[in-house]
Write a protein that binds this ligand. Structure first.
Ligand code: KG4
Ligand code: ZN
Length: 337
């Protein structure tokens, strides 16, 4: 079963082809990605209308590239999958429209995939794939969740953010520090040169006794500190504040993940979503989990942020598990929220 996957929920256009012959983990045959970061940089954030237009320009050339790289013909594709949501409505519609048009022309069914399920399952494409069950820490630009995962489609929400997501905390703090978009990776780079103890920032809900998160208060604290520093702020102060911000976010993610592992008794942790690319987070999770005999699994670094491979994979795994049915109504339905 060849599954072509299309991702277009935000500012990356991704297309991929996976082969799901047999019961094993589907094999990634090829994937291609176009990032719109440069285009949105001038505006300091994603401009939805520009994002949609660029997805339109990129999606078919990327699909052609994937087919050429994999040595397969379009006619061999059995199912076309796309990101159904969450994401920007217009951007999602481009992927859904392209998927339905290709599928209708081929007489093949389509399957809409939940973007977060793509992130969640993406470590299965790594050289060290996890086994069920595991605890998942999903940390993207829009979501921060801890889940118990017993199998494909068998997810139990253990906790989530009650306001901002971890990625949002990175991005908004980066903006307050005068860094460009996307802020997370830039703040992380700046933090390398900073002293995290130079500022005392809050760790919201750290001792709440629940597995929920809150990052809005942290953003306000960063704003207060940044304002105190004023406009003539020196580079070292900025680096220190970046380091303190990253330390606060990482500590909360680390402690809550350990708590989730403890309460479920599970010995495997999967970390997925853009913030999962953060080096400080990975180092601290690796050290703490090694001490507790817990194995940590990440997606390949290149598949941490949005991509088509995770969408093709999630669709293939759902179909393999009998937990989804591809459809022929070509309704290109999307669910932005
Ligand atoms: O999963 P993702 O690519 O898109 C969403 O589904 O939201 O995640 C994007 C988020 C952004 O907030 C970005 O700043 C953050 O992931 N991010 C990072 C790093 N790389 C990406 N945050 C901290 N450190 C990084 N190295
Ligand atoms: Zn994402």
């Amino acid at each position: 079963m060849l599954v072509l996957g299309i991702e277009s929920s935000c500012d990356e256009t991704g297309v991929a082809l996976v082969d799901a012959d047999g019961p094993g983990v589907p094999r990634l045959l090829a994937h291609a990605l176009h990032s719109q970061i440069e285009m949105h940089q001038a505006y300091g954030g994603v401009v939805p209308e520009l994002a949609s237009r660029d997805h339109i320009r990129r999606v078919l050339p990327l699909a052609r590239q994937v087919l050429a790289d994999s040595g397969r013909a379009l006619a061999q594709v059995d199912v076309v999958a796309y990101t159904r949501g969450p994401g920007l409505a217009g951007a999602l519609l481009v992927g859904a429209g392209a998927a339905c048009a290709l599928a209708a022309a081929l007489g093949r069914p389509v399957l809409g995939v939940h973007h977060l399920e793509g992130h969640l399952l993406s470590p299965f494409l790594s050289a060290d794939p996890p086994e069920f069950p595991f605890v998942a820490l999903l940390v993207s630009g829009g979501h921060t969740q801890l889940m118990r995962v017993d199998g494909v489609g068998r997810y139990e929400l253990l906790g989530e953010t009650i306001d901002d997501a971890a990625g949002e905390a990175f991005d908004k703090s980066a903006k307050l520090l005068g860094l460009g978009y996307p802020g997370g990776p830039q703040l992380a780079r700046m933090a390398e040169f900073g002293d995290a103890t130079a500022f005392d920032l809050p760790r919201p809900l750290l001792h709440s006794g629940t597995l929920d998160f809150s990052f809005a208060g942290l953003k306000t604290a960063v704003w207060t500190q940044a304002r105190k520093l004023g406009t003539e702020v020196c580079e070292q102060d900025r680096a220190n504040l970046a380091a303190a911000t990253q330390a606060a976010i990482v500590e909360v993610l680390l402690k809550k993940s350990l708590k989730a592992l403890q309460s479920t008794g599970l010995k495997r942790l999967v970390v997925a979503g853009g913030v999962g690319a953060n080096r400080a987070l990975r180092e601290q999770l690796n050290t703490a989990c090694a001490r507790r005999g817990v194995r940590v699994h990440y997606p390949e670094l290149s598949l941490c942020t949005d991509n088509g491979a995770m969408i093709a994979l999630a669709a293939a795994m759902r179909l393999q598990a009998g937990r989804a049915e591809a459809r022929r109504d070509y309704a290109f339905d999307v669910k932005p929220r």
